[in-house]
Ligand binder design. Sequence first.
Ligand code: DPP
Ligand code: ZN
Length: 868
Amino acid sequence: MQVVYRSDYRPPTFWIDHVELEFDLDPHNAIVTTKITVRRNTDQPSRTLELVGEQLKLLSVSVDGVALNDDEYTASSDLLVLNDLPARCEVQTKVAISPVTNKALSGLYQTSGNFCTQCEAVGFRRITYFLDRPDVMARYQVTIRGDKSTCPVMLSNGNRIASQDLGDGRHEVVWEDPHVKPCYLFALVAGNLKCHRGSFTTASGRDVALEIWVEPQNIDKCQHALVSLQKSMKWDEDVFGLEYDLDVYMIVAVNDFNMGAMENKGLNVFNSKYVLASPETATDDDYLLIEAVIAHEYFHNWTGNRVTCRDWFQLTLKEGLTVFRDEQFTADQTSAAVKRIDDVAGLRAGQFAEDSGPMAHPIRPESYISMDNFYTSTVYRKGAQIIRMYHTLLGQDGFRRGMDLYFRRHDGCAVTCDDFRQAMADANDTNFDLFDRWYSQAGTPELFVTSAWDESAGRLTLSMRQSYPDLAGDLPGTKDRKPVPLPIRVGLLDAESGAELSQYNDVLLLETESADFQFEGLDRQPIASVLRDFSAPVRLRMQRSDDELAFLMAHDTDAFNRWDAGQTLATGMLLKMAQQAADGQPLDEPKLFSDAFAKILTDDSVDEAFKALAITLPRESVLGQEMDVIDPDAIHTAREFFRRSVAGSHRDQLTALHQSLAADGPYSNDQQSINRRRLKNVVLAYLVSLDTPETDQIAADQFSGADNMTDQQAALAILANSNAEQRIAALDEFHRRYHGDPLVLDKWFAVQASSSRAGALSEVRRLSGHSGFTIDNPNRVRSLLGVFSVNQSVFHQADGKGYELLGDYVLLIQSGNPQLASRLVSAFNSYRRFDTGRQELMLRQLKRIASEPNLCKDVHEIVQRALK
Ligand code: DPP
Ligand code: ZN
């Protein structure tokens, strides 16, 4: 299979200035007529134009209005080659495609009977022959003709400039986008949709119509999305001075979508999961995610659309930057500390694991077989951490200067990560050359820190050293890795009072392999708080006693480190207990953590969301990463014991706390109520871990009495993970109530797929045969199989039945939806980290998949990397 290399980038032989598309919509036989005005690239002396396609049926080709004979071009379903073209001309093609049979959900397809498109990264070639690459930017005019009864609404990018009734039961609409764009930002939607409308007036006084298009039954679930959009538009003006640039901004919610959402110019297409919300059907987390994804896609209008990527290797240019922007936005809307903790927890669970396995790659990858495989947490989340480091070093004002220069230089262009880095440096008269290493090296650096106290000099020395751990296999970006620039935020605390010694607060910059940093003029030995706010994406390796960690957990003024100290303390204890479990020894009681736990719960200086995070134990998968050989059973045993033990020690306090939190009045979605629900549901999980009829009843009561989905789903998930006799009845009741609402039905599957009770695996297998399960809907597949595949103790059941189940579904899904299958198969990437028995069983599935004769290239790429 063809490998694409970053180093092979060449500009195109022709540019496209203008695109005229005509769609005659039909589910089985849609006709697409494309007129492109092309202009030879004088830097590339070629008269040959190669247009790529995928599964297209070519009907005709003409140049400057003259139809070509068969011998004047060469064509296959995925390539159209035109030779000896004049320097400027108009090329017209006509193709037929079949949206209804398009299960890949890339290109033009049908979802719930409506037409919709997804073109990033390379879906446009499934619509028409084109220069399907982001550096070719053009103006578009789009004519859509469709059935008036099935397609009363027909949308595309930009402004609607004309419409007419065609008289034969069909009608026509014409759209024009005044901005140049790459074809991956093209979109078309047609079908039976209703609109929730709003508006926004920009800082310069322009009125923008905001339109959220959904299936008619969902029209009452759009207000939160609309408000989120308005907040995002305002924030980007306030923080970055960026205004919206069209008269209308449309969002369409569709049920079948591979990604979260897509930032098409003026016409975002969203997975309905990130649009639709009502208190009865969406949780607080859903609300938060909707706001974040709406913001993310909106922010792309500048970071992605106005300035786009030269080639797909530069993806992090727009994604890392836009994730950073949406993270800052959410921090401003909610709590910066809680947001930071949530993000880092996600980074560690997902990206750190990816960065230490066979799919490890630099944030700017060197090669790919399928670009769709590189929409990864490395490109997105780690990419955002790299952007954050510029921000930490420059401050908000300096970062803003860099952004302003970036837009001044590159608006309307397709550029590279180097261009961004240069703009940040030039705008601030500084040099970011060493940052290049962050773009070309893979793996998570380790930061080793030791401290030395000189009593007579009153001096503390922190010695820091960075290195990369070795990775198995010959992976790109792992040879001859050099030290990377690390901004390290540090503070000192008085060891007796716990008070912040604020004059020592600083951001240190480690750019070499190792360096010493000194803090002078201290009266007595302080406690150092290192890597505050997680100021660099590294694994911190610092020898600290449990007492020191407990001290930081109680006193650190940096909320992130306060939380992290607790996590580190719990991790150390849990790993020791896992070893005891593996050795068949009795497990230690987690006394130190348990004491700190009780103190946090009564600490008035922190909010309930922080408390919820502080008492949440590290995930099993994160604990696994810290073991030489992951032992899922021992980790599970230790973590369950730890939880039960802490709950047992504080049962009365927890019961009272749950009661007081549950006594809040009717549902409200102000921040404090959200925080209180968050804490209440973490407390409930502790209580139910005690496995008593009384505590089970608390969950059952919450389930049946809840007036919102947050409390109801949390209680259901907790019951689904318990031995409570109310478990089955609750699951049945939930299904009875919500089976007609796809997004809520997803939750019903997900809570069962995340349960780790005995027999959970056979339940997942059984649910895959449930009438509500379908492999045609990505959300449904992810809610059952995706959730199950990260449920460590169940997926890695020692007999390999979990692996077999996933293998079966990868094979079943891969021919229809390669992108979805390739996400699922990635669960096997960690196989080297397990014992030989599990390795053997996972390898068996990988080889079974690899030997499939018609394996799609997406899955092929992941499996080959794993097997290498
Ligand atoms: N729609 C995806 C995102 O926003 C890809 N651009 O990240
Ligand atoms: Zn994005």
